[in-house]
Design a protein around this ligand. Structure first.
Ligand SMILES: Nc1ncnc2c1ncn2[C@@H]1O[C@H](COP(=O)(O)OP(=O)(O)OP(=O)(O)O)[C@@H](O)[C@H]1O
Ligand SMILES: [Mg+2]
Length: 267
């Protein structure tokens, strides 16, 4: 069964359209060059992770893709659109390290609210289903303060999905969670990504997380951020926690770690 799903996924990969494309993207702030000459393509439906040292420009990369930051040089396309047009069309779901839920609203109301703000008709039943999908059935009426950190991030993911976004831009969304919850969330996010056919660009500081989640893992060098290496991650699809114990996983983690250190030494 697992083998069948693997070959089905592999078969579609080569036919996919490009969801995100960066060509020669440089981003300067006043006295800082945050990104330097970044070329990157992400296929429709692909899960790409980005890892690199603190301050190397990962958040800047996500913001540039998401139309929140203009590049100083180079071009960014999201499908056929500019990032700004894609953002206005609601193509992006942002999930950040801090969930940014409204504390006075219930989980369900938080999921619905962002869609309302985006001018789309909210659908409470669909929002309820999404909370079920991310494992929060029964917590619809709980306020953020009554939920654990992992549960709040689940609400934030459901909220991004409810927006109808095709591209999820995730910036260290599990950064504040303990290791076990993180691993569990990783399994969930891959499941949601598969079931709903999203494209994901996911920033993390954790090497195991970057490898576990990825179809491809992008390693960035120290500031200014350049792409130091890109790895195709050949691990079973679908993936569950048992992957963490395999030799193939450990070897891939070691390769990414080496590339990270080499990225440091470039400077
Ligand atoms: N709005 C801004 N104005 C000025 N400088 C900025 C701005 N945003 C980011 N920078 C600078 O650009 C560089 C890259 O920042 P960025 O937040 O993209 O790094 P990062 O890789 O996400 O770091 P971290 O892993 O710590 O989150 C840093 O030197 C940062 O100080
Ligand atoms: Mg960051």
């Amino acid at each position: 069964m697992v083998g069948d799903e693997t070959s089905a996924e592999e078969a579609t990969r080569t036919d996919r359209a490009t969801a995100i494309r960066l060509d020669g993207v440089t981003v300067n702030f006043e006295d800082v060059r945050a990104l330097e000459n970044v070329d990157l393509r992400v296929d429709d439906g692909e899960f790409v992770t980005v890892i690199g040292p603190s301050g190397c420009g990962k958040t800047t990369l996500l913001r540039t893709v998401g139309g929140l930051q203009d590049p100083t040089a180079g071009t960014v396309r999201v499908g056929r659109d500019s990032p700004d047009a894609a953002r206005r069309d609601g193509e992006f779901g942002f999930v950040f390290q801090r969930h940014a839920l409204l504390p006075w609203k219930s989980a369900l109301a938080n999921v619905v609210f962002l869609r309302e703000m985006a001018g789309k008709s909210p659908d409470r039943e669909a929002a309820r289903d999404l909370l079920g999908t991310v494992g929060l059935a029964g917590f619809e009426e709980s306020r953020p303060a009554e939920l654990s950190g992992g549960m709040r991030q689940r609400v934030a993911i459901a909220r991004a999905l409810h927006l109808g976004a095709s591209v999820l831009l995730m910036d260290e969304p599990f950064g504040e969670l303990d290791e076990l919850t993180r691993e569990e969330m990783g399994v969930e996010v891959r499941r949601v990504w598969r079931d709903r056919n999203k494209t994901v660009l996911f920033v993390t500081h954790s090497v195991p997380e970057a490898v576990f989640l990825a179809d491809r893992c992008v390693v960035m060098s120290d500031q200014p951020g350049e792409i130091a290496a890109v790895f195709d991650v050949e691990l079973p699809r679908p993936r569950d926690e048992s992957v963490y114990g395999t030799t193939a996983f450990q070897e891939q983690v070691a390769r990414v770690r080496t590339a990270l250190h080499e990225g440091y030494e470039l400077r």
